[in-house]
Design a protein around this ligand. Structure first.
Ligand code: UDP
Length: 327
């Protein structure tokens, strides 16, 4: 079977990608430092513990598995944290990706599928965020991802490294089989925190700002089901296998929901209300991030058919109630 190196395969999105890769006939080889990821989430292929910045370890893993491609998920991804401690984002995300790409080129592995983010666009009110939109990130997380996009472009020019870059909007939901799901420590994301508040694991959900320039005053995001997202990665891999050239795709549905709308949907799905507190804005947040492009649908044949808010919250709720990983 063809090996695919999955950095961050012990994390939320990476573990779902490993499950999909195995189902599609590939062997996903997880490379993860377990800083954020969970050993219990690595269920679908070999595990190699290591850090992105450890060139020697990366060289060993490339030599041992001879992967045909890299899916690069491993990253720090908390907006607020990136503002408080930008150096860790530049070190882990940017310096780590540089080391990874150098090792990949050295090993002759020249196909990369990369997790980027809509946070590279920054706050552009009322602008349709298609792939040609200018990128003006307003936090170190978005800036680090934009830098890696530039790095990939330069490595293509110099070394022929082909890549598909996916700019994710807000990823949500869980494996419908309940084997894996979303779990961060500390948790900072809206849907898992809201589910914690609903079942009493925390006192309340704090809404970060009710004075944004949106119809109900709360921020608007475009939520995508994690299984739809990993479908796109499989299509991206096929795209590279067919030698169709490097490409950037947004992964969003084109529909935005406010924080209050998400909370209302969760009430309908779970039959319980989340206790909420109205708090101040969170530094680094954007008013509205909604994908304005259907390139992935038109060119990759991607259909985000599970990405209704109801389905995402229902799958996340099932996972949430089934228990979490152990280190
Ligand atoms: N949010 C919130 N309370 C929380 C966590 C998040 O109001 O405890 C809001 C946040 O301000 C943003 C949206 O929910 O508008 C989604 O945030 P999340 O951290 O899930 O993803 P991000 O958009 O930062 O990638």
């Amino acid at each position: 079977m063809t090996n695919i190196l999955v950095t961050g395969g012990a994390g939320y999105i990476g573990s779902h990608a490993c499950k999909a890769l195995l189902a599609a006939g590939y062997t996903p080889v997880t490379y993860d430092n377990l800083g954020i990821g969970w050993r219990d989430a690595v269920k679908f292929g070999p595990f190699e513990q290591g850090d992105l910045t450890d060139r020697e370890r990366l060289d060993q893993v490339f030599a041992a598995y001879q992967p045909a491609a890299v899916m690069h998920f491993a990253a720090l991804s908390q907006v607020g944290d990136s503002i408080r401690s930008p150096e860790t984002y530049w070190h882990n995300n940017v310096a780590g990706s540089l080391t990874l790409l150098q090792a990949a080129v050295h090993a002759g592995c020249l196909d990369v599928v990369f997790s980027s983010t809509c946070a590279t666009y920054g706050d552009q009110d009322n602008v349709v965020l298609d792939e040609n939109c200018a990128q003006h990130p307003i936090n170190a997380y978005g800036a680090s991802k934009r830098a890696i996009e530039d790095m990939l472009r330069d490595f293509e020019g110099a070394y022929g490294l082909r890549h598909v870059i996916f700019r994710y909007f807000n990823v949500a939901g869980a494996d419908p089989d309940g084997e894996i799901g979303e779990f961060h420590r500390p948790e900072t994301h809206l849907i898992p925190l809201m589910l914690d508040a609903i079942d009493g694991k925390r006192d309340a959900l704090t809404i970060f700002g009710t004075d944004w320039d949106t119809p109900d005053g709360t921020c608007i995001r475009d939520y995508v089901h994690v299984m739809d997202l990993v479908d796109a990665h499989l299509l991206g891999l096929k795209w590279l296998e067919r030698d169709k050239g490097s490409r950037i795709f947004n992964l969003g549905t084109g529909t935005g929901f406010s924080v209050r709308e998400v909370i209302d949907h969760a009430g309908a799905v779970t039959g319980r209300e989340a206790p909420v507190i109205e708090g101040p804005r969170r530094p680094g947040d954007c008013t509205r991030l909604v994908s304005g492009s259907t390139c992935a649908e038109a060119e990759l044949g991607w259909t985000p058919h599970r990405s209704t808010l109801r389905q995402m919250i229902a799958d996340a709720w099932r996972w949430h109630q089934s228990g979490h990983y152990e280190r």
